[in-house]
Ligand binder design. Structure first.
Ligand SMILES: *Cc1c(COP(=O)(O)O)cnc(C)c1O
Length: 375
């Protein structure tokens, strides 16, 4: 059996190596390293895949979030409602722009925004709701969009972990994660479901004027070269990464399907262990399993991680500290919310190896080890 890794990108590369190597070589031969045709081609290809009007490539997922908020002209003091149970980038970018992050708790089953708390957190300063489609499953977008319309708010989707997931509206129609709100953001960090071979990211929108503004912001606030209409940033997807992504995008559905298959096998293998909860699949979203996350009793979680390590099985805690308890965020004013679910999850979650190259043999070995631990 091969060494088990949390994320294994080697096997995936081997399977498409000739196409990747050729795509990279072509960019190098062309020397169109920055904003070359490979970038525009990939953006077009992703627009078609997602069924969205505009894809604006940028340097990484964190930049995508920052640029989204700049592009919607959010001003210091404006409030953005988001989850406390997320990766730091979601909230960091809000704070960096001088906006006020208003954190809410999550649901214990899907880990997504608690809508009661979102509703209760809306003030006259609220400008946007920022749902994070955590671990690969969409937030409750219908309810979020309805609430946003009611209060005239923007919706910025953090779809960094959910590219390719489908949200299923109550009427049965579907839309890809990140294409429903005002602006969607994603990351092409290597370990993401659609990862490049370095850093990369993108913004999505169906609004022509917002798209034009986002394009200007990622390019130093200019439309005509050296005429700067607003303060922007330098955030580009480089051509080599775009070329890699163009080769990988046609495989994304198959990659996501193999993650789902692995998740369902884990579910079956881990069924019936007292105290252990396998992931819940929502009825209104497909799940692309960016992470396969278990909930175990608080007092057993760290011991399980250590036990698995003795058997050469990596396992990670996403995330050990909710944002409201992070040192960097102690000065952010509280909206008088409590976060019992997020605080409990932070002590109970443990994510198992999840990638496109997991073998059944490896999963059986992992599940046996977990059963042994729970005795
Ligand atoms: C990965 C990730 C980001 C940031 O993406 P980078 O490309 O690493 O900057 C933001 N939000 C979430 C939820 C993520 O998982």
């Amino acid at each position: 059996m091969n060494l088990i890794k949390m994320v294994d990108l080697a096997g995936q590369y081997q399977a498409i190596k000739p196409a990747i190597d050729q795509a990279i070589a072509e960019v190098i031969e062309s020397t169109a390293f920055i904003n070359g045709p490979a970038v525009a081609n990939f953006a077009k290809q992703l627009e078609d895949y997602l069924g969205v009007k505009h894809v604006i490539p940028c340097a990484n997922g964190t930049d995508a979030l920052q640029v989204a908020m700049m592009g919607l002209h959010l001003q210091p003091g404006d409030e953005v409602i988001t989850t406390t149970f997320t990766f730091i980038a979601t909230v960091e970018t809000i704070a960096l722009l001088g906006l006020t992050p208003v954190l809410v708790d999550v649901y214990p089953d899907t880990y997504n925004l608690n809508m009661e708390q979102v509703r209760g957190s809306i003030t006259e300063k609220t400008k946007a709701i920022l749902p994070v489609h955590l671990f690969g499953q969409c937030s409750n977008m219908q309810e979020i969009m309805d609430l946003a319309h009611e209060h005239n708010l923007y919706v910025i989707e953090d779809a960094c972990q959910a590219i390719g997931a489908d949200y299923i509206f109550p009427d049965g129609t579907q839309a890809k994660a990140g294409t429903i709100g005002t602006v969607g953001c994603t990351s092409f960090f290597p370990s993401k479901n659609l990862g490049c071979y370095g850093d990369g990211g993108a913004l999505f929108t169906n609004d022509d004027a917002i798209a034009e503004n986002l394009r200007s912001i990622v390019n130093h606030g200019m439309k005509i070269r050296y005429y700067h209409d607003q303060i922007g940033v330098n955030s580009r997807l480089d051509s080599i990464q775009a070329a890699v992504l163009s080769v990988k995008l046609p495989h994304l559905d198959a990659y996501n399907a193999s993650r789902l298959k692995a998740a369902l096998l884990y579910n079956a293998l881990l069924d019936g262990i007292p105290g252990l909860e396998t992931p819940v699949i929502a009825t209104d979203s497909t799940h692309v399993f960016h992470q396969y996350t278990l909930k175990v009793p608080v007092e057993k979680r760290d011991a399980l991680q250590k036990f698995l390590a003795t058997k050469d099985i990596p396992a990670m805690i996403y995330y050990p500290v909710p944002i409201h308890q992070q040192k960097a965020f102690q000065t952010i004013k509280s909206n008088n919310q409590f976060y019992p679910v997020a605080e409990n999850l932070a002590k109970r979650v443990i994510s198992l190896p999840m990638h496109t190259e997991l073998s059944e043999e490896q999963q059986i070995y992992i599940a046996q080890a977990i059963r042994e631990f729970f005795g």
